[in-house]
Design a protein around this ligand. Structure first.
Ligand code: FMN
Length: 196
């Protein structure tokens, strides 16, 4: 399986990149799978600027959309690393999800949240967004506390128990990604059973 780890914040001094590297290190210990970082900073997506919603199909009007589409389409599943901003997800992450549609369908997704309460409210929002994008969200989620899992709320130092949860999430994610890959193969046109 090829799993994209989406780095969900882009602000200067963001913690998301360190958290994403932490989960990637754990994931990379699994042989036979590929884990890649999809850093939203690299894609430099503006606020959604496509004339036609992705749900209406391609072609896309902009090169940045095509580049993002190609990367997402190449993955069998995803891990979103998200902070909590005002009880939800960063706007840049919402835009990145909104840019595409079919590229997300029938793939699995797991979450690593962080914040004062482990990013729990942000991840809950991601679960409802995932349903609309036909992303199958796994149950196990990593919830890192800014108080307990960061030294002085700055330097990542997660409790050991988070490694166990991360591996549970990875087990579920890889299992469902494999099952859904077979579903995508057996469905000539995955969009054929998607209604508006
Ligand atoms: C605009 C903004 C809103 C925030 N709102 C919340 C919040 O509602 N709940 C929370 O737990 N943390 C909140 N925080 C704290 C962030 O979770 C924390 O700063 C985190 O490190 C931000 O992620 P980043 O460093 O990757 O940008 C907020 C931070 C920012 C910048």
């Amino acid at each position: 399986m090829k799993i994209g780890i989406i780095v969900g914040s882009t602000r200067p001094g963001r913690r998301s990149i360190v958290v994403a590297e932490w989960i990637k290190n754990i994931a990379d210990q699994r042989e036979g799978h590929e884990f890649i970082l999809l850093d939203l900073l690299d894609y430099n997506l503006p606020h959604l600027d496509e004339t036609i919603p992705a749900a209406m199909g391609k072609p896309y009007g902009h090169e940045h959309t095509r580049a993002w589409s190609e990367s997402v389409a190449s993955c069998d599943g995803f891990i979103i690393v998200t902070p909590e901003y005002n009880h939800s997800i960063p706007g840049v992450l919402k835009d990145a999800l909104d840019y595409l549609f079919g590229e997300w369908h029938n793939k699995a997704i797991g979450f690593v949240g962080y914040g004062l309460l482990g990013g729990a409210r942000a991840v809950e929002h991601l679960r409802t967004i995932s349903a609309e994008l036909m992303l199958a969200d796994v149950r196990a989620q990593v919830a890192l506390s800014l108080f307990a899992d960061f030294v002085d709320m700055e330097i990542l130092d997660p409790g050991d128990h988070h490694v166990g949860t991360a591996n549970q999430m990875l087990d579920q994610l890889l299992g469902w990604s494999g099952a859904l890959a077979r579903l995508r193969e057996s469905t000539a046109d995955a969009s054929s059973f998607i209604e508006a």
